[in-house]
Design a binder for this molecule. Structure first.
Ligand code: NAI
Length: 338
């Protein structure tokens, strides 16, 4: 197939980014259709993405649009049924993280992927496509830090986005499924095995709205992995300086740190505040290139028949760990991961 004809569902914060990449940055993709339950987003598709075929109903898009693939960027609780419907309609599927917010639904999506081995399925754990994370993985595989036995991960959203995150909290699955899921995927990827138990805590000091929505603004979790390795995660919503994503992998012969200071660029500002390194402000800025690279990979996989590197079972396993972390946070107790 020369060009992959794509329909996108969900044109919110992240859907707009994927939509722009598909419409303007990936010549082998053609964005033909868009679906959203928000009328202004359909207008955005027409005026900003040049997509004339728009739908308010997802099933109608699957039925009527002449598309080869669907890109799902909807609210997390909608992902699993939308994946299964698209695959059953004969479409290749890219779905953003998390696969689902409930393990039973993830297993249904996984069964749909297994029913259709002829179709590509890819999950959007885009950090694996970020050049620094990919470089770290390459160094670890080359043995440059010996045997990796600990991952320490921090992911804190900027304070400026807190109010939006409170609105999002009811459908996001909570801070561990919404935010820590990226770090959970990276821990599995870097350590090369599964987590077996978790203890987690939360705290809210600045925005009571998170508690009112049944969530916390800060989360901390400690994991044991099946090879004896350790994972430590800190996630939050109140970074005053920008978007703070940092990961450290420690091995028997050394360690590697990704984004120890989440620098905006290579410039340093010298002024009355001292020598200042500005920080990245948001996820679209920090992972701009990774979003493009992951989508290019998906389109290449559809065209070549190659299987994408991030599988549906990576999605299920991350959700299993995310749900166990949420359970540990709720109970304030150690939880065994099945
Ligand atoms: P958002 O709330 O800004 O947008 C959600 C979109 O889904 C809206 O366009 C809404 O109309 C649409 N939608 C919801 N239910 C629908 C349905 N039944 N049919 C059709 N459209 C429907 O959310 P945001 O922030 O864009 O997040 C979307 C997804 O992307 C979430 O699953 C989130 O976890 C994920 N995400 C991933 C990021 C990453 O770094 N990989 C970053 C931000 C979000």
């Amino acid at each position: 197939m020369e060009q992959v004809r794509v329909g996108i569902v969900g044109l919110g914060r992240l859907g707009k980014i994927h939509g722009q990449n598909l419409a303007y940055q990936i010549p082998k993709a053609k964005l033909c259709a868009a679906c959203s339950i928000v009328p202004q987003e359909l207008e955005f598709a027409k005026t900003q993405l040049g997509v004339q075929e728009v739908y308010g109903d997802y099933r109608e898009m699957l039925e009527k649009a002449e598309i080869d693939a669907v890109v799902i960027v909807t609210t997390s609780s909608e992902h699993c049924w939308q994946i299964a419907s698209a695959l059953d309609a004969g479409k290749h599927v890219f779905c953003d993280k998390p696969l689902g917010v409930d393990v039973r639904q993830c297993l249904q999506a996984e069964a749909a992927v297994k029913r259709h081995p002829e179709l590509a399925f890819m999950l959007g754990f885009m950090r694996r496509y970020d050049k620094s994370y990919a470089y770290a993985k390459q160094k670890i595989e080359a043995g440059e830090i010996g045997v990796p036995y600990m991952v320490k991960a921090t992911g804190v959203d900027p304070e400026a986005l807190a109010e939006g995150a409170i609105r999002f909290a009811k459908t996001s699955g909570g801070i561990f499924l919404d935010m820590a899921i990226h770090d959970i995927d990276l821990m599995r990827w870097f350590l090369g095995c599964e987590a077996t138990e978790v203890y987690a805590l939360g705290a809210t000091f600045r925005h009571p709205g998170f508690r009112e929505a049944g969530d916390d603004e800060t989360g901390a979790a400690l994991y044991r992995f099946e090879n004896g390795g350790i994972g430590i995660i800190h996630v939050g919503r109140t970074a005053p300086h920008g978007y703070h994503v940092e990961t450290e992998v420690i091995g028997t012969e050394g360690s590697i740190r990704i984004s120890a200071v989440p620098e905006k660029n290579l410039a340093m500002l010298f002024n009355s505040a001292g020598a200042v390194t500005e920080c990245v402000e948001s996820f679209p800025e920090r992972f701009e290139e990774a979003y493009l690279l992951e989508m290019r990979e998906f389109i290449d996989c559809v065209r070549s028949g190659r299987k994408p590197g991030v599988s549906v079972s990576d999605g299920t396993k991350a959700t299993v760990i995310g749900c166990a972390t949420t359970e540990a946070w709720k109970k304030g107790a150690l939880v065994k991961i099945q």
